[in-house]
Design a protein around this ligand. Structure first.
Ligand code: NZQ
Ligand code: ZN
Length: 385
């Protein structure tokens, strides 16, 4: 296991009715800006519940943060924050609203060009406004991590950035708030969480036995509970387990001391930037092909994954690896998420475009061994058609 430092300051308030406790987490004198997306929280009552839990607070609102939040929209919000001397942000929504709010928190106090925050992957951040979140879609882990992904629509650039100041102060995780999610978004969230775990687990052995077992526990839980979230949409325990899985999948815990991959994510981000395909769907397409092409480098962990997660113990090594990759693909498909580019009407002409974008974004040495080159990505994408 490699040396590591682990620090995660986000306070989690988990369970039914926890929005009621929000006032205890925000200083009374705060000037709050409540940020949200396309309006689902106004239709399903979450907005009203949050407002009722904050009587006497000075609260303004900013809506319209879109899925795959855009720099262009977020800069409008930065103006609102600056004009009104907002000093606390409250993100109510899914990963896009939370990520967008992280950008706003940093950009509002940034003295130079705000896009530099993204362009430097967060390195120029010196200060950020405090913020909390009310999570409505379990998927990204953004509610308990310090990362965000922002899209510059005009240049079709989707990039991640991180900074220690971007952990939420608190996050409210009430599984009942996910009941109104369309099945497609639940499925996207299950696939996204699954791939977060895989990106930190399915690399090469590093003797991180605890991390491996945590990761396998999360994967097994997703395989067990994911389909139930579609067939039994009002089952509290199913939603509670999925929500906690998503948070633990990307809050840093399982990734400490072990190598990490993230090539599937970086390729997926480019596909979304070019074709607006949902994040989870890009991962469902790229991951099976990525594992297949890199099966030699990932052999030991692929065999461990095959045995411990899918119970595949018979056949030779190649057969077990083939079966594990097929099981992964079938799991995504069983959640209603197709795993081929053609299923989304995306043809081979996307391949040179993705390669070009990766080069522009200096994503030319991806993966746990930094050996995932644009040429290798090209062969992966050919297998995704
Ligand atoms: O915008 P509203 O009206 O709220 O509707 C949203 C949106 O249309 C809807 N929704 C959310 N909660 C709902 C609901 N509808 C009904 N009931 C509810 N309770 O769901 C739609 C999708 O929301 P979005 O926030 O875009 O989804 P998700 O949470 O999957 O976030 C995806 C974004 O997160 C980034 C992705 O790249 C993408 O931009 N990621 C962020 C990460 C991070 N910060 O660590 C890591 C991830 O790998 C990922 O890259
Ligand atoms: Zn993801």
């Amino acid at each position: 296991m490699k040396n590591f430092s682990f620090y995660n300051p986000t306070k989690i308030l988990f369970g039914k009715g926890r929005i009621q406790d929000i006032a205890g987490e925000i200083p009374k004198e705060s000037k709050i800006l409540l940020t949200y997306g396309g309006g689902s929280i106004k239709r399903n009552g979450i907005f009203d519940e949050v407002m009722e839990a904050l009587p006497g607070y000075h609260i303004m609102e900013f809506g319209g943060i879109e899925p795959n939040p855009s720099y262009e929209t977020l800069m409008q919000c930065v103006e609102v924050v600056r004009k009104n001397s907002i000093d606390f942000l409250l993100a109510v929504g899914g990963g896009s609203v939370i990520d967008g709010t992280k950008f706003i928190a940093a950009a509002a106090l940034h003295e130079g060009e705000p896009w530099d925050i993204v362009k430097t992957y967060g390195k120029v951040i010196k200060r950020a406004l405090p913020f909390g979140t009310v999570l409505t879609l379990p998927a990204t882990g953004s509610e308990m991590n310090n990362g965000a992904v922002i899209t510059h629509r005009a240049s079709r650039t989707k990039l991640p950035f991180v900074h220690p100041l971007l952990y939420p102060r608190f996050s409210i995780l009430d599984p009942t708030k996910t009941y109104t999610l369309p099945p497609e978004q639940i499925a996207n969230g299950v696939v996204d969480t699954f791939v977060h775990v895989i990106e930190q687990y399915l690399t090469y052995p590093a003797n991180g036995k605890v991390q491996d077992r945590f990761a396998e526990g999360l994967l097994l839980t997703l395989i067990e509970e994911g389909p139930k979230a579609i067939t039994q949409p009002m089952d509290y325990d199913v939603r509670a387990n999925l929500m906690w899985c998503a948070t633990l999948g990307l809050n840093g815990l399982i990734g400490v001391g072990v190598p990490q991959d993230w090539a599937t994510h970086m390729v997926g981000h480019e596909i979304t930037a070019l074709r607006e395909l949902d994040h989870g769907k890009t991962l469902a397409v790229v991951l099976p092909a990525m594992l297949d092409i890199r099966r030699k480098d990932k052999k030991e962990k692929l065999l461990q994954y095959a045995g411990r997660v899918w119970g595949l113990e018979t056949g030779n090594e190649d057969e077990r690896i083939d079966a594990a990759i097929l099981k992964t693909r079938e799991f995504f498909e069983s959640m209603g998420i197709p795993t081929r580019l053609c299923d989304y009407n995306i043809a081979a002409d996307i391949i040179p475009a993705v390669i070009e974008q990766l080069k522009t974004h200096r994503m030319i040495q991806l993966g746990e061994k930094m050996d995932v080159t644009p040429e290798l990505v090209e062969s992966v994408l050919k297998k995704c058609l």
